[in-house]
Design a protein around this ligand. Structure first.
Ligand SMILES: NC(=O)C1=CN([C@@H]2O[C@H](COP(=O)(O)OP(=O)(O)OC[C@H]3O[C@@H](n4cnc5c(N)ncnc54)[C@H](O)[C@@H]3O)[C@@H](O)[C@H]2O)C=CC1
Ligand SMILES: CCCCCC(=O)/C=C/[C@H]1[C@H](O)CC(=O)[C@@H]1CCCCCCC(=O)O
Length: 279
């Protein structure tokens, strides 16, 4: 029958029993993603530079989900050696990593080198570590890399230029790797998440540019905040959808979670990449 011929079966990625490596999991969005993945049966190894908060989160989540499914290791991911050691520890603890979420980020316009090292450098390093481990053509299982950018990756933002630059770098790096001609051999999807502002430990108005904090607070209040739970759902959408290599998912109050642009469509098993811009 015609309906049968036209039916496309999409097999979504099942997160149950998957090994996850995530940076910046002690609080905020990272913690939200860890909790969601644990509730879906994944095993999560997270790192954070905030040792006390990381340990407290680990204790709390091990009590709720079990000591053998969630692991914390202190690491400053702006330091290459600490980052690699943590990734290697995740592989030996979990057996394999199939989902990598590069989430750690800071806002500090008075420390632009650090902003670039954490927000862009650690995402690039984390992605390359994950690719090397996951790629099917070198014995890995394939998987997905999710890089947490921001809506500030898609527009100029005059009050936080260094933060904005770091997030633009994440988009450029991730979508470029997604278009690698050997993508099918790697079996690794590359995705970006671009949320609008949400309430978290990061909202520190004093670390922004020249505007006074009252003015910034007024702008943010007027714009409103998305809920962390909405952003977490965006991450899950990116993880599950098998056909979204190269995707940029926006999560905003006005539009909800929607694919924004540069979706690389590659369903047919051939390395022909088609970029679909959905502006
Ligand atoms: N809060 C917001 O409005 C938005 C945040 N984002 C992005 O979401 C991501 C998560 O941010 P939030 O949850 O808001 O912030 P958060 O401050 O609540 O959490 C970030 C976590 O990353 C950790 N971290 C920072 N530097 C680190 C380093 N060098 N090594 C290891 N861990 C480090 C922090 O200790 C913290 O636990 C960031 O990449 C941020 O840029 C994107 C759009 C909006
Ligand atoms: C529409 C801009 C989205 C920016 C999303 C983002 O990454 C927000 C980060 C906030 C972080 O929690 C710490 C902050 O202080 C950031 C907010 C500063 C951005 C305000 C942008 C205001 C504007 O539209 O110009």
């Amino acid at each position: 029958m015609l309906e049968d011929i036209n039916t496309v079966i999409v097999i979504v990625m099942d997160t149950r029993d998957k090994g996850v490596f995530l940076t910046g999991g002690a609080q905020g969005l990272g913690r939200g993603i860890v909790v969601k993945l644990l509730s879906l049966g994944a095993k999560v190894f997270f790192v954070d530079v905030d040792v006390e908060r990381g340990k407290a989160t680990q204790v709390e989540l091990q009590t709720q989900y079990g000591a053998d499914v969630v692991f914390f290791q202190p690491a400053d991911v702006s330091d290459g050696e600490q980052h690699k050691a943590a990734f290697d520890a995740a592989v030996s603890t979990l057996g394999a990593v199939e989902i990598c979420v590069n989430n750690a980020g800071i806002m500090a316009e008075d420390k632009w080198e650090k902003v670039l090292a954490v927000n862009a450098g650690s995402h690039i390093r984390g992605s390359l570590l994950a690719l090397e481990h996951m790629r099917r053509d070198r014995g890995g299982r394939g998987g997905v890399i999710i890089n947490v950018a921001s809506l500030a990756a898609l527009y100029p933002k005059s009050i936080c230029p260094s933060y904005t630059a770091s997030k633009h770098a994440v988009i450029g790096f991730t979508t470029s790797w997604a278009m690698n001609p050997d993508h099918k051999d790697h079996g690794v999807r590359w995705c970006c998440l671009c949320p609008a502002t949400f309430q978290s430990g990061m909202v520190d108005l004093k670390r922004l540019g020249d505007l006074d904090t009252d003015t910034i607070a007024e702008i943010l209040q007027k714009q409103g905040f998305v809920e962390i739970s909405q952003v977490v759902e965006g991450v899950m959408k990116l993880m599950r959808d098998p056909d979204n290599n190269g995707a940029i998912l926006e999560v905003s109050l006005e539009k909800g979670a929607r694919y924004r642009r540069r979706q690389v469509v590659d369903r047919d098993g051939v390395s022909d990449l088609v970029v679909v811009d959905t502006y």
